[in-house]
Design a protein around this ligand. Structure first.
Ligand code: IMP
Length: 179
C-alpha cells in the first residue's frame, strides 16, 4: 500500500484500497461470474470512462467465453416531464436475447443506473446483472440491485484505479479517499 497521500486540484487524498486488495477482490468476482455464466456467453457492457481499468482487469480474469463492449452515458435535456434523459453512446451490440452484465466503477446515489437500466431492459435481453467495483450505501437515493460487488465504502469521495476528480487521478494504481 502506498503510504503517500496525493494532491489533486489542491485537495489531499489518502491511500484507501491497495492494488493487491483490489486485484484480489476482482479475481474472486471473476471466479463467481465465470461459474454463474458458464455456457451463457455473456455480453459485458462497461460504462466509460470510470470503469475502464476495472473492466479490463475483471475481463482478463474470466475463464469463460464472453464478449465485451464499451459505452458512454450522456445526459441531455428531455421534455419538461422527462427532465434529464440518459442515452448510451456506442452500444453497437444487439442485446436481444443476450445475458448482459453491466460493469460500473461506482454506484453512488444510484441515479445514473436507475435511469439507464430500464432502457436496456426494453431491448429484450435474456437477463441483466450489475457488477460494480464500489458502492457508497449511505449515498444511495435510488434503489439499485448490485449483483456482484467488490467493496462497500463510506460516503467519501474517492479517486484512482479509473476514477477521477475533475479529470485527474484515473492513472493511480490504488484507490485514494478524500482526506
Ligand atoms: P450515481 O448516479 O450517483 O450513482 O453516480 C455514478 C457516477 O458518479 C459514477 O459512475 C462515477 O463516475 C461518479 N462518482 C460517484 N462517486 C464518485 C467518487 O467518489 N469518485 C469518483 N467518481 C464518482
Amino acid at each position: 500500500m502506498a503510504d503517500q497521500s496525493v494532491q489533486i486540484h489542491g485537495k489531499n487524498f489518502v491511500p484507501y484500497l491497495s492494488e493487491t486488495e483490489i486485484k484480489e477482490k476482482i479475481k474472486e468476482m471473476a471466479t463467481i461470474i465465470s461459474r454463474d455464466y458458464a455456457d451463457k456467453k455473456p455480453l459485458f457492457i462497461a460504462i466509460l470512462n470510470g470503469a475502464f481499468m476495472f473492466a479490463s482487469d475483471l475481463f482478463k480474469e474470466l475463464t469463460i467465453e464472453a464478449e465485451i463492449s464499451f459505452i458512454k452515458l450522456a445526459s441531455y435535456s428531455g421534455t419538461k416531464s422527462t427532465g434529464k434523459v440518459l442515452t448510451a453512446i456506442g452500444l453497437d451490440a444487439d442485446i436481444n436475447g443476450r445475458h448482459v452484465v453491466i460493469i460500473e466503477d461506482i454506484v453512488d446515489t444510484g441515479k445514473t443506473l436507475s435511469s439507464f437500466l430500464p432502457q436496456l431492459e426494453h431491448q429484450g435481453p435474456a437477463s441483466i446483472k450489475l457488477a460494480a467495483l464500489l458502492t457508497k450505501p449511505e449515498a444511495k437515493t435510488h434503489p439499485i440491485d448490485i449483483n456482484y460487488l467488490c467493496f462497500s465504502i463510506p460516503n467519501k469521495f474517492v479517486v484512482g484505479y479509473g476514477l477521477d476528480y475533475d479529470g485527474l487521478g484515473r492513472n493511480l494504481k490504488e484507490i485514494y479517499q478524500l482526506g
